[in-house]
Design a protein around this ligand. Sequence first.
Ligand code: SF4
Length: 320
Amino acid sequence: MSTLLQVKHLKKYFPTKSGLLHAVDNVSFSIEEGRTLGVVGESGCGKSTLGRVILHLLPATEGQILFDGADISNPTKAQLHNLRRNMQMVFQDPYSSINPRQSVAEIIGEPLKVYKMCKSRDEYNRRVRELMDIVGLPERYEHSYPHELDGGRRQRIGIGRALALNPRFIVCDEPVSALDVSIQAQILNLMMDLQDELNLTYIFVTHDLSVVKHISDDIMVMYLGVVVENSSSKELFGRQLHPYTKALLSAIPRAKLGVRRNRILLKGELASPIEPPKACRFAPRCPYADARCRSCEPELEEVLPGHFVACHQVREINNL
Ligand code: SF4
């Protein structure tokens, strides 16, 4: 397996009246081709912004993005046009990202027209039907409009449209969080099947850890713009080392009847992401916080093989 995406020291700051809001702050990671990186954290932690910056839907403030070994940090217009073929996005609310006045076939086929992917009308029609089939949309919906379909089918349209240009990499931004639980499983299974068939690489952004467990090979936990823990999914669900990840996972209900998880309730105020001090951003809510945590920012370090954590006291807390 080869590395498809590498992100190095990526920053995205937004100017506000009170100062710079550090939405994504010095984030580094890489993804192997064909794998899924789940990015989790509470709302406002920067996970969706991170996905948008990687896709150049938002300009980065600083940092480097490498795709298939090529530096795509500052692409020209022509390079960006080519990148869009390889890098796509599936949005949380497909309804807001598609034109409600277009039919299902028109929405899915639009990228084919923009990128002149088909030589004839017949080829275009065949490709649209093929894409509908791939995402499980029966041909009878070809001329339907999004408002005539349920949320699950609308998300299938969004996925079909994202696949139209045969991308290698897709950022999935909370793609199932607006759906009923039963439909969520169908869409997740579809996405995993497509990954196997088409060797897709995903960044899967979500606040829902039970969803991310289902789909991710690796998991990166973000808190207020920074990465606090990063490891394989198996390792992270077996052993959480950062106090914030422990609290996040304690909120997932157990599948087994009669087995209760001790929920860790976080107390304290969320720190401000505007001009944050050089300190651990989780300190105001961390039960282990001490003077060092309040005056020095912890760096992400490899605490166990392949398991990275940003916490000054990770060894003491976990008896390592
Ligand atoms: Fe808690 Fe300190 Fe670790 Fe931050 S660095 S998570 S405040 S123990």
